[in-house]
Design a protein around this ligand. Sequence first.
Ligand code: GTQ
Length: 340
Amino acid sequence: MTEQTDPTMTEAEAAEFHGAMEKAQVYALWEHWDGRYATEPEPPCLWPWESIQPLMQTAVGAMTMDQAAERRVLCLANRDLDENAFAISPHFAINVQILAPGEHAAPHRHSIHALRFVLAGGSTTIVDGKRCPMDPGDMILTPAWTWHEHLHDGTEPAIWVDVLDSPIHRHFDTVGWESGPTNEIPDRIPDTAFHTPGLTPAGETGNDHHSSMFHYPWVSAVEALVAVPAAVDGSRLLRYTDPVTGAAVMNRLDCYLLGLDKGVETIRRRSTANVACVVADGAGTTRVGEETVTWQKNDIFTLPHGNWISHCATSEAKLFMVSDREILRRLDLLHDEVEG
Ligand code: GTQ
């Protein structure tokens, strides 16, 4: 960075110039320019399940559901981001939520899109009146302004991963919130009407914001994944889509399921999009730029944009992936590269 570039200025003139600039609320670009705008890719972050799980159990005793917060969640915080971001990635946050048997997380709705990926099952989420079972591996959408509440009539604590596009709303100052009781629930077509591939309700055109189907069962995802032809590197990739439009499940959160064969390193890829992975099954390593993340079931880790990335499973693995790809695509900023 240059202190002062005009060699004709005396020190006194430069000081006066800087004082005047400060007063006028401007700065000289050449004094803050390091030759480029782009920054180095961020390193990956890992939250091993063995360090999160005990905290979740302790959290149950730390707060009752009648106390202040409406949800019992721990927010994964990426210390490389703004400390107030409560987020793991620039455009989405991941929280882990626990609900004990008999507990109820009261209905509310907000402008933030959210989705859940279930780690320990037994509870039910009601989304705009649709009852969505929460079995392990199930993925459930609670799109912007849908009413949602969580019930638990099982016997063991239910745990799931929440993904929210809250950083986007903080950035644009668009957070909106309404507490229950539920009111004005729109008429929704039951999820069952979308469960048979190739058949959708006639006349239903869907929308540009989110899928009309809210519950994506794990059994269906696995059945589809094993039938997807493997790429040359043995990987299989499924995208969770809106059954009516074929688009991403929500316009700001785009989800995938990656199947990995044991012992085969995947071809390196790089993207302008950010990804977070939840290990649904198996164990392995992921190379992210110069770093290697070693992971196992239920671990959560980030793949920050701009890094070359490859995976290698040590036992057959499945990674649930959530990304901001759809945001970048809609802004014409999505750029993917594959090695070779
Ligand atoms: O379950 O509705 O992790 O409203 C953060 C905010 C979960 C939820 C979170 C929420 C929820």
